[in-house]
Design a protein around this ligand. Structure first.
Ligand SMILES: [Zn+2]
Length: 466
């Protein structure tokens, strides 16, 4: 088997991937906070995680993939201050927090379906694991890691050695930075809430009884409780965006390892930001964010053009989003689809042909080098332009599509040509037989104006939709 190398944020290096149990991988990816639509920056991270999952399967692993749905307790500031995003969303739209969660969960699932992202094996809502989250806080309390303030139960980060092992930050600088959001009752600026009390003067829509009083869990708690519940002893890979490194994932590791005394996930992988042309980082808290709907669908772009665009920048590098960029990606995808349509016709009668070994290995080497999709896409073109038989090309590109997920097996091979195009084509055939090349050229232009490309091949004319 070809060796798979993945960049591990813990060691800041590419490491050979080996799962805890042979042949099986436990994968946990932090899911959406369902108080609004996902923006295309978030969606880039889910595309990266989908590629990871597909590459693991391509390498022969069985993958168990868990994703959470944050439907409670994620405050507008990462460090436990600010408003609850769900309750804020409910207020904004005049709905209940539960309705908001359901509505945006559905929207999220629709987005990832559009992008051909494979759904996780297990979806878990934070509100469905409140008992497990309370149990985790109890364990931490028994082990002496917690303390109570006026507004909740906090984790004492000074009691956990190696708090910065994921972020590699200087702890003193971190304490200083975390002080921006002041909470005078916290012992250390990096301490975080495990359980927040409902404010005494307001009735929250989402709140639960606990040994410490009515309230709701801190945001970081759900991912620890869920991954331990559903992946148990298969804590192989945990993913998210790079914005999760310093606080969310750092706190997940601290509370989990403090509770169990064992390592919490061997591999931590993070997708880089999306930059909107002009250099601005996209964030949901800024109100002008781009969604799949307004940035692509409404502009007439296929969501798969965005998926294709994401392949052209390595997942650890910031990706720039612009109208020109998405248009170029759309053209790149159309070109690839046309290339595949052409070889598909040749492959119809030769369905027993398998992928070309040399090109399959080249592709595998690219994706196994920390998911190097730009290199993998170059291999796709190299293969399609090579001299191997069309039927072999077709089998190979469909094999690649297990990773690419561009539905290349579903291209309409025998799309009937419109009547008008067919008539022009017949006329052009006659003109060519009569060696009337001026008419033939004029007819070709007319066909092209209708959105079709004509190619004169040895076996006759080929017509491809542009
Ligand atoms: Zn998480």
């Amino acid at each position: 088997m070809n060796t798979l190398f993945l960049y591990n944020t813990l060691s800041r290096s590419k490491e050979e991937f080996k799962p805890i149990k042979p042949g099986e991988v436990g994968l946990y990816t932090c899911g959406p906070t369902v108080y609004n639509y996902a923006h295309i920056g978030n969606l880039r991270t889910y595309i990266f995680e989908d590629i990871l999952r597909r590459v693991l399967v391509y390498n022969g692993y069985r993958v168990k993939h868990v994703m959470n749905i944050t439907d409670v307790g994620h405050l507008t500031g990462d460090r436990d201050m600010g408003e609850d995003k769900m309750e804020k969303g409910a207020q904004r739209e005049g709905k209940t927090a539960w309705d908001i969660a359901e509505y945006y969960t559905r929207a999220f699932r629709q987005d990832i379906a559009h992008l051909n992202i494979i759904e996780p094996d297990i979806w878990v809502k934070a509100t469905d694991t409140i008992d497990e989250q309370i149990a985790l806080v109890k364990t931490l309390e028994e082990k002496g890691y917690t303390y109570q303030t006026g507004d909740g139960i906090y984790f004492d980060t000074s009691k956990f050695k190696n708090y910065t092992k994921l972020s590699h930050q200087n702890l003193e600088a971190l304490q200083e930075g975390a002080r921006v959001e002041k909470n005078p009752e916290k012992r250390n600026a990096t301490d975080f809430a495990l359980w927040k009390f409902s404010p005494p003067d307001t009735k929250r829509q989402m709140e639960w009884d606990s040994p410490w009083g009515v309230g709701f869990p801190g945001w970081h708690l759900e991912c620890s409780a869920m991954s331990m519940k559903f992946l148990n002893d298969q804590l192989d890979i945990h993913c998210g965006g790079t914005d999760h490194i310093d606080v969310h994932h750092t706190n997940e590791i601290a509370q989990s390892e403090a509770a169990t005394g064992k390592a919490f996930f061997n591999f931590w992988m993070h997708g880089a930001f999306l930059i909107i042309s002009g250099g601005k980082k996209m964030a949901k808290s800024e109100e002008n964010f781009l969604t799949l709907e307004n940035a692509l669908l409404k502009q007439g772009f296929s969501p798969l053009a965005y998926r294709f665009a994401a392949f052209l920048t390595h997942y650890r590098k910031p990706m720039e989003f612009s109208d020109e960029g998405i248009e170029a990606a759309r053209n790149g995808l159309l070109h690839l689809q046309n290339q595949v349509r052409q070889i598909a016709t040749a492959a119809v009668d030769e369905s027993d042909v398998t992928a070309n070994t040399e090109f399959k290995n080249k592709f595998l080497q690219a994706v196994n080098d920390d998911l190097n999709m730009p290199r993998a896409m170059a291999v796709v073109q190299e293969m399609l332009k090579s001299t191997i038989a069309d039927s072999e090309k077709y089998a190979t590109v469909l094999d690649y599509d297990r990773v690419l997920g561009l539905n290349l097996d579903q291209l309409d091979k025998a799309q009937p040509l419109p009547q008008e195009v067919q008539e022009l084509l017949e006329a052009r055939k006659k003109a060519r037989e009569a060696k009337d090349f001026a008419t033939s050229d004029r007819l070709r232009d007319e066909i092209e104006a209708l959105g079709y490309m004509v190619q004169d091949a040895k076996e006759g004319m080929k017509v491809i939709k542009k």
